[in-house]
Design a binder for this molecule. Structure first.
Ligand code: MG
Ligand code: ZN
Length: 275
């Protein structure tokens, strides 16, 4: 272990698309999903959709088959394996659900690279129906964060991880994400941490607009190839910093991939976007 914790969002960060949308679309339930979305929170709707698909005769195996076909950039798996081999503690923080994530990670052969998966519970009930529940019970104990969806505040989870890391002696965090739900945790990162937002995705837009609120160093990436390049460089940079004297720390070791204050695109309509 090298004292570095790497926290990955899952949808559109590890895999190329949103796993909820992928399953709903591939199993032919897109219209119903779009129809119901304005009436309930995303996470509650996914549970409802699983009930609907079960009623239509779709099995757990049908859902797994769709998940195993979820597209992933070819450099993402090597990046994860390399970060793990370099001694980083890898974790997932996602607003998808445990069943989808574990099915995909198992299929890709990288589940053992992760020490923790923080996400919405997902389990198969006695009728063979997939049940998806919120990460927190937002009726009895709302998280109170206005930036996040009712079922999960990723920033709150990052704070909890930070508190446990202090006890374990781990020092630095690298966070990778794409969605608007990844903005709240990016605000919790500390000086010495690194935020890796996916360029031209909602979290990147939000960071561009609120650059002064972040304490972490920002390194953008655009696809799996850049994700690998930037992540491994950061890990190596931290490893060098940690293993050399203070004299060497003063040497200018800036990255080529610094964060440009470029023009940004408009955010998509919030209701349609899974955070
Ligand atoms: Mg995402
Ligand atoms: Zn939050």
């Amino acid at each position: 272990m090298n004292g570095i914790v790497v926290v990955f969002d899952f949808d559109k960060t590890i895999i190329e698309l949103d796993s909820d949308n992928w399953v709903v679309d591939e199993l032919g339930a897109t219209d119903l999903f779009n129809q119901l979305l304005p009436t309930m929170p995303w996470n509650s709707l996914m549970d409802k959709m699983m009930e609907e698909l079960h009623a239509q005769g779709k099995t757990i195996e049908d859902i797994k088959e769709v998940l195993r076909r979820a597209p992933i950039h070819p450099r993402v798996i090597p990046a994860i394996k390399k970060a793990h081999a370099l001694g980083c503690d890898l974790r997932i923080l996602s607003d998808a659900n445990l069943f989808f994530i574990e099915t995909i990670l198992d299929h890709l052969g990288i589940k053992d690279c992760f020490s923790e998966i923080n996400t919405n519970p997902g389990y198969v009930d006695e009728e063979g129906k997939l049940r998806i529940s919120p990460y927190i019970d937002f009726h009895s104990s709302p998280h109170g964060c206005s930036l996040c969806p009712p079922n999960m505040c990723k920033g709150m989870i990052i704070e909890r991880i930070q508190a446990s890391l202090a006890k374990e002696g781990k020092k630095r965090m690298i966070y990778l994400g794409d969605g608007s739900g990844d903005f709240c945790p990016s605000l919790k990162l500390k000086e010495g941490d690194f935020m890796m937002p996916r360029k031209n995705f909602p979290v990147w837009d939000l960071i561009c607009e609120n650059r002064d609120l972040l304490r972490a160093e920002i390194h953008e990436w655009i696809d799996g190839e850049e994700l690998e390049l930037v992540l491994i460089k950061l890990i190596e940079k931290i490893n060098i910093q940690e293993s050399t004297s203070f004299e060497l720390l003063s040497v200018d070791c800036k990255f080529e991939l610094t964060f440009p204050m470029a023009a940004h695109e408009a955010l998509p309509p919030p209701l349609r976007v899974h955070q």
